[in-house]
Design a protein around this ligand. Structure first.
Ligand code: UDP
Ligand code: MG
Length: 309
């Protein structure tokens, strides 16, 4: 079964057209399917429109969150409530065309775990969409071996198993394929169409570049040190500690053998580096304790559902 997961926030005008287009395409596949709309506590009439659509079609599931948790957690709510073995993600804003879904599915059938859309001809404003995306994608190529051209494309398909070890936090939905790749998933790309937003406005701007950069640091850290954070912090710590001790030795030797001075910039540098080094090693130990708890802890929910149909 295929589960299409669509997060919705203030998309009242887009819902009816995207829904009919989805049903048109999905019903041609001759496969079982469900469409899960997660209303992320929209302020407009989206929820009412969704209820109405669901009344006439039992393949639609509507999940309504108790407040605006953001796209990432809305998607996570969809994943948790999906019954399909293949999950397709899509935005509700009509920018992606459901007609591309069969292309994604055939790649999944070829054996890939993740198939990402690639908007070759992207219909978005240059300055506050294409440019930040270009910067983010270049950063990704620099930091990771996985080459994904268009990580920001909302249209993606995943095998359900991918999510057995991944929970989404913050705005992680954008970097999901990277997390999947860390866990060993194979990734394919297919070119997809892209339209400009017919109604409503985008929920993100330049601020996302700042969030994405920090998220990238996190994924990169997880990729390299998820089970051994002490190597990361301890490594830098030992470096500073050694430098600090070296500076200390120089001060002592200079004083004793060459009648030099005690109080000097080098002495303070030595103190500073030894302190920083020890702090970093201690942070590494704390991180070790934290990840041990992390790997053992129960899956606590990060969102709350108000209503489910
Ligand atoms: N969205 C959501 N919660 C939010 C913000 C957005 O569920 O807090 C949904 C939104 O309705 C849309 C998708 O996430 O279906 C992507 O949003 P948008 O089109 O604004 O992002 P962009 O295409 O500009 O990256
Ligand atoms: Mg959009």
């Amino acid at each position: 079964m295929i589960s299409v997961i669509v997060p919705v926030y203030n998309e009242e005008k887009n819902l009816t057209p995207i829904n009919s287009r989805l049903i048109e395409i999905l019903s041609k596949l001759n496969k079982e399917y469900e469409i899960i709309y997660i209303d992320d506590c929209s302020k407009d009439a989206s929820y009412g429109v969704l209820r109405e659509l669901a009344n006439s079609n039992n393949r639609l599931k509507i999940i309504s969150l108790s407040r605006n948790f953001g796209q990432t957690l809305a998607v996570q709510a969809g994943i948790d409530n999906a019954q399909g073995d293949i999950l397709v993600f899509m935005d509700a804003d009509m920018q992606n065309d459901p007609a591309d879904i069969p292309k994604l599915l055939s790649k999944i059938e070829e054996g890939y775990d993740v198939v990402s859309g690639w908007r070759r001809q992207r219909k978005d404003p240059f300055l506050n969409k294409k440019l930040p995306s270009f910067i983010a994608n270049s950063l990704i190529s620099f930091l990771f071996k996985t080459r994904i051209h268009d990580l920001g494309c909302a249209l993606k398909a995943y095998k359900k198993e991918v999510f057995s070890n991944i929970r989404l936090y913050g705005e992680m939905h954008r970097l999901l394929p990277l997390y999947a790749a860390i866990n060993g998933a194979s990734i394919a790309e297919v070119e997809v169409r892209h339209n400009s937003r017919p109604s409503g406005k985008s929920h993100y701007g330049w601020s996302r570049l700042f969030k994405v950069s920090l998220d990238l640091v996190t994924v990169r850290f997880f990729e390299g040190y998820a089970t051994k954070p002490i190597y990361f912090f301890g490594g830098i710590g030992v470096f500073f500690l050694s430098l600090g001790m070296l500076a200390g030795i120089i001060v002592i030797v200079r004083k004793i053998l060459f009648q030099g001075i005690w109080i000097s910039p080098l002495l303070f540098t030595s103190f500073l580096f030894v302190l920083v080094g020890m702090q970093l090693i201690l942070i590494g130990l704390l991180a070790e304790i934290t990840i041990r708890i992390y790997y053992k802890s129960a899956n606590n929910p990060t969102y709350i559902i108000r209503d489910k149909h």
